[in-house]
Design a protein around this ligand. Structure first.
Ligand SMILES: [Zn+2]
Length: 422
């Protein structure tokens, strides 16, 4: 007797199979499994995928749009100033409530693992306290990884260094930073060195907001690669955003990227937010503000898509749907070849899971029983439609369901219903 049988789904690689779940584990994946099950989910013709993973988010700021005011210029810098006002007023309870509400959205969309940066530039560290509480609350169904993020600058903010270390002492999982926001390039480089040393001492991963600017001379990724190698952190470091690389000199990039590959650094571009924030100082042509995704992938550098923001001081829209992120990334990076479109789906599932170091992840016997059934026939169709999540299973439990929902038509000489699968 097994607990759940997901019948007849199409896996991301195109294989059609049943998936048997007992307790919190996948116990078998094969066509025509005959076992009795407590719950049978009919996924005939539907895509069954491992859950979506978001490697870059800000859970302390989410769902706060308009409080205390709106970002009028639409820039990163006004967003940071606005967040400064908001965090003065925010309370732990209010931050927890917003975050839990967002996690409900995430679960309904099959997004079951999130890496969230949490601001450590606040002497009370109430954001850290709130997010640690949320991490504990959602643990039975959502893996939340926290990054100690000195939003106002590790050196630029007078107490950021001490508060970031305190946050790590409190149990935050990853070392963060923002070198391009330090006062000088030299301070930025020094912060990268210090943060990598902290990670090496404590045995933690590193994930920096790195070069989120249109300034082609913002080259902190170079220091991050060198420090990763010097501190022996290969495979544990991510550079988020890396938008300056969009504008960098091509010759310089030809030297830089092999070094990023050698350092085993992963890249996390955030296409929804950066297509909105970057290029604001340009007239025409306006730069896209996305890092060099395909070129990095060509060198074997892991690149995942991150969401970054939903309804906060930096981004007024957002749904929590990682397929929105893949959709935008596909367009901005022009990843339109069939294998590139399929890769965009892989980036918001398998690649992001690898970047976050989720060892129990994936559709295979023995792995954690977490999966999503989508109203799409394959991964490319999933990116195209961003369809309903018909069922979401987390750690062996059915946590969200949605009825298939085709539109009714009342048209002369046309069918009476339509669905957009093709
Ligand atoms: Zn961010």
């Amino acid at each position: 007797m097994i607990d759940i049988l997901v019948r007849g789904g199409t896996l991301p690689d195109g294989q059609v199979a049943d998936i048997a779940i007992a307790g919190d584990r996948i116990v078998d994946i094969a066509p025509g499994i005959a076992a009795e099950a407590g719950l049978v989910i009919d996924a005939m013709g539907d895509l069954v995928s491992p859950p979506f993973v978001d490697p870059h988010f800000h859970m302390d700021a989410t769902l706060s749009y308009g409080t205390p005011r709106i970002n009028a210029s639409g820039t990163l810098l006004e967003g940071i100033a606005l967040w400064g006002e908001l965090k003065e007023q925010a309370t732990i309870d209010e931050m927890v409530a917003r975050a839990l509400r967002y996690c409900d959205w995430a679960v309904s969309l099959g997004l079951l693992a999130i890496r969230s940066h949490v601001d450590t530039c606040d002497d009370s560290l109430k954001g850290v306290e709130a997010m640690l509480q949320v991490r504990e609350t959602v643990k039975p169904y959502l893996d939340l990884q926290l990054v100690a993020f000195p939003q106002d600058g590790f050196y630029r903010d007078p107490t950021a260094e001490a508060n970031t270390l305190r946050a790590l002492d409190m149990g935050v999982d990853v070392v963060g930073g923002i070198p391009h926001f330090e006062r000088t390039m030299a301070d930025g480089a020094a912060s990268v060195r210090a943060l990598c040393e902290i990670a090496a001492e404590r045995g933690l991963p590193v994930d920096l907001h790195c070069d989120e600017t249109d300034d082609p001379m913002s080259r902190h990724i170079e220091t991050l690669a060198a420090e990763t190698i010097r501190c022996g952190l290969q495979g544990r470091v991510a550079g988020s955003h890396l938008t300056s690389m969009h504008s960098m000199d091509n010759y310089y990039v030809s030297k830089l990227l092999p070094m990023v590959a050698e350092a085993g650094i992963a890249a996390i571009p955030n296409p929804l937010i950066n297509i909105v924030l970057q290029g604001r100082h340009d007239t025409y042509p306006k730069r896209r503000g996305l890092t060099r995704v395909k070129e990095m992938q060509g060198l074997g550098i892991p690149v995942g898509w991150g969401q970054d923001c939903v309804r906060d001081p930096w981004y007024s829209l957002g749904t929590g749907d990682m397929l929105d992120v893949a959709f935008m990334g596909l367009h901005v990076a022009q990843m339109t070849a069939p294998e590139e479109m399929a890769r965009c789906f892989e980036m918001v599932t398998e690649t992001n899971a690898a970047i976050m170091g989720l060892e129990d992840y994936g559709l295979a016997p023995g792995k954690m029983a977490s999966l999503v059934v989508l109203d799409a026939g394959n991964t490319i169709e999933a990116v195209r439609l961003r369809p309903d999540r018909l069922a979401v299973i987390s750690k062996g439990k059915l946590v969200a369901q949605k009825a298939r929902n085709d539109s009714r038509l009342t048209l002369p000489a046309r069918p009476d219903s339509v669905h957009r699968r093709h």
